[in-house]
Ligand binder design. Structure first.
Ligand code: GLC
Length: 527
């Protein structure tokens, strides 16, 4: 079982490079910074690092606006720095996953400059250009995910171009074979440099309705929600033609061996499953964000896990995510005590976990004063910005938490002098120690990494209980989502507590039942 491919067995750790470690004193993290912290990641016990975009970019959307798919932005370093990072990661048996942003480029990409230069440009069809509606307005009712229309008029050529995000992020036209070929070349460029896979940005957006039909209105829309929700995105994304595009990417990766293709997909479970592709020719891991979107209640989470497991296609490998650079931090959402339960859940469910940097030290919501707002979405639609989950990693109690010698680009959490890696790494009861122990258990026990899953009936409706098992080994996980102590029955026989979210219970033996404190999770081994 140890031969299972690495991306099924392992844990992915997401680094938001602007906020991980600065080495050149500009207040923004960089590639040498990530390299300098690889020992930490190896110590923590993760298996792969996914790095949010580091390509040359005007940074309108902090790197998700790419001006060159085969380079590194000087802010982050050089290609040589990147090669060093890959080599040093591999030396520590860590895989490197790059963020790939194929849906749109930057408005500053030379492809777009050429495309907009004239209607006759050979690159005109590399982007999505349409004539104005009869009244001169946008071609249809599609909206930008960051608010406002998704079409911007180019006065010089008299047509609108489509952008699912900012006007600075024009969508590429994936119906154009030359675009596919250029993007495949970009994938190969990085594969040749040794990257172990890609996280593909907004993969469900790549194909749009060929007829550009209007999206239907969403009668459930409530003002205050992001404007994009005024319509159901029926025609602007998630089109059947996308699966051939994804299969095309998979085919580029195939000759390189065990490389992983992860797809970013915000869709309900039934639609999400389609992204494993016909005969599993789709994404290896269509990102499963359901835990982020489900109420934090034992019953709701249990139902979610069961329906997700049941919906998986044969051979489709599950995965779980609690947070990323676009979502409120888990500790902000569920509180400090439940963040530990959440960590135990993430790292004991069946499927590849992705851990967001900083969650392992319990980083919560960091308030960002108006004058320090950086996220363009916050400027367009106040209240929806993502700065609070993108703040610098807190390493020690040196100035700026050891992140930078300069004022960081986003503020630190107020509690950084106490909440940092240095302070928490040897504290037996810290959330960091808990993550490390969970990751170690996952590595040591195939039942946890590649074993099967089954739900177990729990006595109260505040507890979610399940088993993971492989060969002779059975582990039972009991998670108390409530603030009351409880006693939960166990199946017959002897059980040993391997790990609790509270320090000091490891090794405790029990039969018939186990006592759970408020907000406590435990992992028991049978026998
Ligand atoms: C993805 C990224 C997000 C970005 C958007 C546009 O959702 O995760 O950060 O703003 O795509 O590229």
């Amino acid at each position: 079982m140890t031969e299972t491919v690495w991306w099924k067995r392992g844990t992915v750790y997401q680094v938001y490079p602007r906020s991980f470690q600065d080495t050149d004193g500009d207040g923004v993290g960089d590639l040498p910074g990530i390299t300098a912290r690889l020992d930490y990641l190896a110590w923590l016990g993760v298996d792969a690092v996914w790095i949010s975009p580091v390509y040359p970019s005007p940074m309108a959307d902090f790197g998700y606006d790419v001006a060159d798919y085969c380079g590194i932005d000087p802010l982050f370093g050089t290609l040589a720095d990147f090669d060093t990072l890959v080599a040093e990661a591999h030396r520590r048996k860590l895989k490197v996953i790059l963020d790939f942003v194929p849906n749109h480029s930057s408005i500053a990409h030379p492809w777009f400059t050429q495309s907009r230069s004239s209607r006759q440009s050979p690159k005109r069809d590399w982007y999505i250009w349409r004539d104005p509606a009869p009244d001169g307005g946008p071609p249809n009712n599609w909206l930008s995910n960051f608010g406002g229309p998704a079409w911007t008029l180019d006065p010089a050529t008299g047509q609108y171009y489509y952008h699912a995000f900012l006007p600075e992020q024009p969508d590429l036209n994936w119906r154009e074979p030359a675009v596919r070929a250029a993007m495949h070349d970009a994938l190969r460029f990085w594969l040749e440099r040794g990257v172990d896979g890609f996280r593909v940005d907004v993969i469900w957006h790549l194909m749009k309705d060929a007829g550009f039909r209007d999206n239907p209105e969403n009668p459930g829309y409530r003002p205050g929600a992001p404007e994009i929700n005024r319509f159901h995105q029926v025609y602007s994304a998630d089109q059947p033609e996308v699966f051939a595009v994804i299969a095309g990417m998979r085919a580029v990766l195939a000759p390189y061996g065990e490389r992983v293709l992860i797809g970013e997909i915000y869709l309900p479970i039934e639609r999400l499953m389609a992204y494993y592709g016909p005969d599993l020719t789709g994404a290896d891991l269509p990102f499963n964000f359901q835990l982020i979107q489900t109420p934090w209640k034992a019953g709701a989470v249990r139902d979610l896990v069961e329906s997700y497991e049941a919906a998986l296609p044969p051979g489709g490998w599950p995965n779980w995510v609690l947070g990323n650079h676009d979502q409120p931090r888990i500790a902000a959402r569920v509180g400090e005590a439940q963040a530990r339960v959440a960590a135990m859940l993430l790292l004991t469910l069946r499927g590849t976990p992705t851990l967001y940097y900083g969650d392992e030290i319990g980083l919560a919501h960091v308030p960002v004063p108006p004058e320090r707002v950086r996220d363009p979405w916050e400027r367009n639609e106040p209240g929806h910005g993502r700065d609070p989950e993108r703040t610098p990693m807190q390493w020690d109690d040196a100035p700026n938490a050891g992140f930078s010698e300069a004022e960081p680009w986003l503020p630190l959490a107020a509690d950084w002098p106490a909440r940092n890696v240095e302070a928490l790494r040897d504290a037996p009861g810290s959330i960091l120690t808990l993550h490390r122990r969970l990751l170690r258990l996952r590595r040591e026990h195939p039942a946890l990494s590649v074993g099967d899953y089954r739900t177990v009936a729990a006595a109260g409706d505040e507890v979610f209980a399940y088993e993971r098992f492989a060969g002779p080994e059975t582990m039972r996980v009991l998670l108390n989502f409530g603030a009351d102590a409880r006693t939960e029955p166990l199946s017959e026989g002897a059980w040993t507590i391997l790990l609790s979210t509270r320090a000091g219970r490891g090794g405790e033996a029990t039969r018939d039942s186990v006592a759970l404190g408020p907000d406590e999770g435990v992992i028991l081994l049978r026998g």
